[in-house]
Design a protein around this ligand. Structure first.
Ligand SMILES: [Ca+2]
Ligand SMILES: [Ca+2]
Ligand SMILES: [Ca+2]
Length: 195
């Protein structure tokens, strides 16, 4: 490289350097982040999403799949289990918010659609539990007036698009979309966060 080329190269590196944030003490630059462009390619610095099975989206330690299939609640549960997953469990407000965000990014008719979750009160009316773990449901996000056990026959839990994704109890034999959940994939292929 001749001297002229060398100077042009140095000038290019200075021009393309992103030196913020910069802290300066007595003229000495510290804590400067420098991003050098190589052949118009910027080295990616974004975080990597959690590793999930194909067609699942990751958040925290779980992966989710919103199935664009209409099924009864038992059919939906069986479908999820066939992929090593379960009907989704929403256990806190953060998980609820993530699932709402995910559904808003999908092409379902969200004003009409409902999505089965893994909750039910089949065993004892009014005692809601998650189907796989059998844990009592602690966090809830019921819509106004729900659960109402309409016609004394609503024992399965859905996210209701008509209710801005709040929860509703519905008849388990109704046909809705559904959400499957499974743990993220650890190195070696095993599932983290699930029994
Ligand atoms: Ca969950
Ligand atoms: Ca019920
Ligand atoms: Ca209801």
């Amino acid at each position: 490289m001749d001297n002229l080329s060398f100077l042009i190269c140095i000038a290019y590196m200075i021009i393309t350097a992103d030196t913020s944030p910069i802290n300066s003490i007595n003229g000495v630059i510290i804590n400067a982040t420098v991003q050098i462009k190589i052949a118009n390619t910027t080295i990616p610095t974004t975080s990597v999403p959690p590793p999930c099975p194909r067609d699942f989206l990751g958040h925290s330690t779980s992966c989710y799949h919103a199935a664009h299939i209409l099924a009864t609640w038992p059919e939906a549960a069986a479908y999820c289990e066939s992929f090593g997953a379960e009907l989704a469990t929403i256990e806190d407000a953060q998980e609820q918010a993530y699932i709402e965000q995910m559904l808003n990014g999908l092409p379902h008719d969200k004003n009409q659609a409902a999505f089965w979750l893994g909750g039910h009160d089949i065993l004892t009316e009014g005692e809601w539990q998650w189907v796989i773990s059998m844990d009592r449901i602690i966090y809830t996000n019921w819509g106004d007036g729900q659960p109402d056990n309409s016609h004394t026959s609503e024992h399965c839990l859905e996210l209701s698009g008509q209710r801005s994704f709040k929860w509703n109890d519905d008849g388990c034999e109704d046909h809705h979309y559904f959400i499957c959940e499974t743990g993220i994939i650890k190195n070696g292929g095993s599932i983290l966060g699930k029994k």
